[in-house]
Write a protein that binds this ligand. Structure first.
Ligand code: SF4
Ligand code: SF4
Length: 251
């Protein structure tokens, strides 16, 4: 099984769409007689090192659920975030004018953070994600234990913590149980992606037997071909899937 968010290269899809947005916005600015900056200064990013979720929260795009995921009204938690950085000229500023400097935010909002509701404050009595998490990584108070998260470990090499290993089932990459269990999850995307289509799974035996080079070649252009996923982590996941399937058949 491959997590839903990685069954196509949504990040590349998003960057491409942000490019279309940038092109349309630049054209509109220019035709209205405004400064739009150079095309190369409109930067498109997805899954970047920038604090995408805090920025999305600060811009009012949604709220943080008890799962720690961004919940966007009408969409829920099943989404990927991207950024379009606009050159300062296109904002009508000359570079000398100071933009209001945002308060630095923690990667995950807390109850103490001014201006933002605490994680889970919009969830009411719902605990579906906490109950769906097979490792207990999610707390009722919105806390998150990264070291207990299958998603976290699916891209990292190393020995799995016992509770993660015990809870692992058929995941070749990813876990989206806390996403799909959310009553706000809206289901399938409203359009079909065209980039890096993998589908719901890959043959575990092939992945387990592949070299680094073979994996890179096979997964190039997909969400699993990204630099942050260690090939050995994928092979370990595949071996574990085979082991768990064998244990299940034998039980
Ligand atoms: S991704 Fe999976 S393991 Fe991680 S918090 Fe969500 S349900 Fe739990
Ligand atoms: S599953 Fe329920 S508790 Fe968890 S984020 Fe969604 S609404 Fe909130």
């Amino acid at each position: 099984m491959i997590g839903r968010f990685a069954r196509a290269n949504w990040y590349a899809e998003l960057v491409e769409r942000l490019g279309l947005c940038a092109k349309a916005a630049r054209a509109a600015l220019v035709s209205a007689g405004f400064e739009a900056g150079k095309a190369g200064d409109w930067h498109r990013l997805a899954n970047s090192g920038l604090p995408e979720r805090p920025l999305a929260l600060a811009s009012g795009l949604g709220s943080t659920g008890r799962s720690g995921l961004l919940l966007v009204p009408g969409i829920g938690p099943g989404l990927v975030l991207g950024l379009l950085l606009v050159p300062i000229e296109a904002l009508g500023l000359d570079g000398e004018e100071a933009l209001p400097s945002p308060e630095p935010r923690a990667a995950k909002p807390t109850a103490e953070e001014p201006g933002l509701p605490a994680p889970g404050s919009i969830c009411g009595s719902c605990r579906a994600c906490v109950e769906a998490c097979p490792t207990g990584a999610l707390g009722e108070d919105g806390s998150f234990d990264r070291e207990s998260c299958i998603q976290h470990w699916s891209s990292r090499e190393g020995e799995l913590p016992p509770r993660v290993r015990a809870a692992w089932r058929d995941s070749l990459y990813g876990c989206d149980l806390c996403t799909v269990s959310c009553p706000r999850y809206s289901g399938a995307a409203p359009f079909s992606p065209s980039r890096g289509i993998l589908g719901p799974g890959l043959p575990a035996a092939d992945i387990a037997a592949s070299s680094d080079e073979e994996l890179r070649a096979r997964l190039r252009g997909t969400a699993l071909g990204m630099s942050w996923i260690a090939p050995e982590a994928l092979r370990r996941n595949a071996r574990l899937v085979i082991e768990k399937a064998g244990a299940h058949r034998g039980s």
